[in-house]
Design a protein around this ligand. Structure first.
Ligand code: HEC
Length: 268
């Protein structure tokens, strides 16, 4: 064992019991199997030295037969993986310094085109082209109410954003105080300059583990509910594209448009 890897010891780890019983890929020093592990000194299944302690619960007499079988399979794989690449065997061809010439032409029976991929259709591009601009450009048709949003929030958002949007464990969605309070003030109500961004972000990124699953109507509804939690919409409100774009966020004037023209100066 030159490499300090002792497969007998592997039996002590959680995956090791399986490995020493012959299940699963054997992780050598360079990773799982593969030619990289073709070290003639590296033996996946060392023959048991007389009197050696059995490596784990599976290394019992009862499983000895299976163990031998698996070891045999593994050994065959090892031998195959480590066979010389030159099938005729024997001495490998003398090497020269010159790299072999690469011939980029295809064999004569190759088709003119392989037909991989296809042109992106308008419909497929449209599925990615979903950005909503601050002024509301790009908002889809549809609508949703605060009440519908409350149900969606409870089902799909609350577990990460808390019962009232402030408890976490993930980001606060509600801030009704001052933006100067850090961190509670740096959430939607006191921080985001555009309400349209809540739609854009929620539709592309939330719920975090299954983004893209909300319909446009559901997105309007849950955005309406978040705005309601932030004190920016009444409980009976219904939100659609014009209504969302018309909302003036408290932090609107806290930001300047990033209209840099390639340099670092910002035009006021
Ligand atoms: C599995 C947990 C999880 C769920 C469920 C979830 N979110 Fe989130 N949400 C996050 C995390 C994490 C972030 C922060 C992501 C980041 O910063 O990259 C986040 C960020 C946000 C933000 C941006 C907050 C900010 O100020 O930066 C909004 C808005 C949001 N989520 C809305 C929602 C809505 C609406 C739902 C339900 C439809 C939802 N989330 C469901 C985990 C979740």
């Amino acid at each position: 064992m030159k490499r300090g890897h002792d497969p007998m010891k592997a039996g002590e780890g959680s995956g090791g019991a399986a490995a020493s019983a012959g299940f699963g890929p054997v992780r050598g020093p360079e990773g799982i199997d593969g030619r990289a592990g073709c070290d003639p000194d590296f033996r996946a299944f060392p023959s048991k030295a007389p009197g050696a302690r059995s490596p784990g619960p599976r290394g019992t007499m009862a499983s000895g037969g299976r163990r031998g079988l698996f070891a045999g399979i593994a050994l065959a794989a090892f031998v195959a993986a480590c066979a010389p690449e030159n099938p005729s065997g024997g001495e490998s061809a003398p090497t020269t310094d010159a790299a072999p010439e690469f011939d980029p032409s295809l064999p004569p029976h190759s088709p003119a085109r392989f037909g991989f991929g296809s042109a992106a259709s308008e419909e497929r591009i449209a599925r990615w082209d979903i950005d909503v601009k601050p002024d509301g450009e790009g908002l889809p048709p549809g609508n949703g109410s605060v009440a519908e949003g409350a149900a969606i929030y409870e089902r799909s958002c609350m577990q990460c954003h808390g019962p009232t949007g402030t408890e976490g464990p993930n980001d606060r969605l509600v801030a009704t105080g001052s933006w100067d309070e850090w961190p509670p003030g740096r959430a939607i109500g006191a921080f985001w300059p555009w309400a349209t961004t809540i739609f854009d972000y929620t539709r592309r990124a939330m719920p975090q583990l299954e983004p893209g699953t909300l319909t446009d109507d559901e997105t309007y509804a849950v955005v309406a509910y978040i705005l309601h939690l932030n004190g920016l919409l009444p409980a009976d409100a219904v939100l659609d594209a014009p209504a969302l774009a018309a909302i003036e966020m408290p932090a609107r004037d806290r930001f300047v448009p990033d209209n840099r023209t390639g340099g670092s100066e910002i035009r006021e």
